[in-house]
Design a protein around this ligand. Structure first.
Ligand SMILES: Nc1ncnc2c1ncn2[C@@H]1O[C@H](COP(=O)(O)OP(=O)(O)OP(=O)(O)O)[C@@H](O)[C@H]1O
Ligand code: SF4
Ligand SMILES: [Mg+2]
Length: 322
């Protein structure tokens, strides 16, 4: 499949900390990709870097992010970013309640976004805002335009965020943990809504998710991240059904199943960014670790229909692995 966005060797430092280490992946055109990994893996950092929301004072970025018809995002000047943000790229944030401005009605926030991004008149923007709220399942949409965010439930706030993000018809949507602040029934509705809307608009979407099972059910591709490094990347169903990387296998073992007698959480935690192994960052917790792992970084290479960075993958005879 053609790539809408190709992220190549993205490395990001905050001071002396290498928060992202040589991250590469492609986002298929019209497809969905999930960034998966535990807290601190760098998932949101990738999203905000690709949205151009990091300043040079906050972080230094190396590598490329080639967006179709635009070129390398990391070479864009601030004025060019304001032209594509909201139009070609848009973001649904984790906590809609915090992302919406509490001082303005939701209608006011959608109308001002439409006027700025699409240059619509006030009247046309208002009519479009009603259509957008209806399309994301908000009942009595015209009346809801006058509501302040605190007057809406968490699920309704997230629907408003989705309407705002989709209002510029973006080619690529980022959805950073879009359902984790919601209860489970609303979570399923919102995931369904985002997937339906993305498909209807022909957009691509990068989801940021903790949950490998949700990622494999919802997305075409999965990129598994650990401490800022890509561990395994490829077709979502293949990765969950038959992981090659020990970390993907560990994440899979954390997927809860109804009727499972015992819960065995993985031991240890992600090392501090000040004391990362020079080689594979998973080496301190890996059940398959070899003497070379902590010092020599495994390259991300094709294996069994996906890309894997590991000297000793799961299900591969030792002699063949290294
Ligand atoms: N503004 C910041 N200043 C300094 N360090 C930061 C900042 N934001 C994130 N970090 C660090 O960068 C690393 C990656 O953080 P990031 O928020 O991208 O992880 P994440 O995978 O999104 O985690 P979570 O699942 O908890 O949202 C973490 O170690 C975090 O502490
Ligand atoms: S490279 Fe070594 S430490 Fe890293 S995941 Fe593979 S076996 Fe484990
Ligand atoms: Mg995050």
């Amino acid at each position: 499949m053609t790539a809408l966005l190709s992220v190549q060797n993205l490395t990001l430092h905050r001071g002396s900390r290498r928060i992202l280490d040589d991250v590469s992946f492609d986002v298929p055109k019209g497809g969905t990709l999930a960034l998966v990994g535990e807290s601190g893996a760098g998932k949101s950092t990738i999203a905000v870097a690709l949205m151009g929301l990091l300043t040079r004072a906050e972080a230094s970025v190396e590598g490329k992010a080639i967006l179709e018809d635009t070129g390398d995002l990391f070479t864009l000047r601030p004025r060019a970013w304001t032209r594509i943000r909201g139009r070609r790229l848009a973001m649904i944030f984790q906590d809609a309640g915090a992302a919406l401005d509490p001082c303005y009605t939701v209608g006011g926030q959608i109308v001002s976004t439409l006027r700025r991004n699409l240059g619509l008149s006030r009247k046309a923007a208002r009519a479009r805002a009603v259509e957008l709220l209806e399309s994301v399942g908000i009942p009595d949409a015209a009346a809801r335009l006058g509501a302040y965010p605190h007057e809406l439930s968490g699920g309704m706030q997230q629907r408003v965020m989705i309407a705002i993000a989709l209002s510029g018809n973006p080619a690529l949507l980022f959805a950073d943990e879009p359902t984790s602040a919601l209860d489970v029934t609303i979570q399923a509705q919102i995931m369904r809504l985002i997937l339906d809307e993305v498909r209807a608009h022909g957009s691509s979407c990068i989801f940021v998710l903790h949950d490998l099972a949700l990622a494999s059910q919802s997305c075409d591709e999965v990129v598994v991240l650990y401490a800022g490094q890509v561990m395994e990347a490829g077709d979502a169903k293949t990765l969950l059904s038959d992981p090659r990387h020990p970390y993907t296998a560990l994440l899979k073992s954390c997927v809860l199943e109804i009727g499972t007698a015992e819960l065995t959480p993985p031991e240890g935690s992600v090392p501090s960014y000040d004391a990362m192994p020079a080689g594979c960052r998973f080496a301190t917790r890996c059940p398959n670790a070899l003497p070379r792992c902590a010092g020599e970084k495994p390259p991300l290479v094709p294996r069994d229909g996906r890309n894997v960075a590991c000297w000793n993958p799961v299900g591969v005879p030792k002699a063949e692995a290294a």
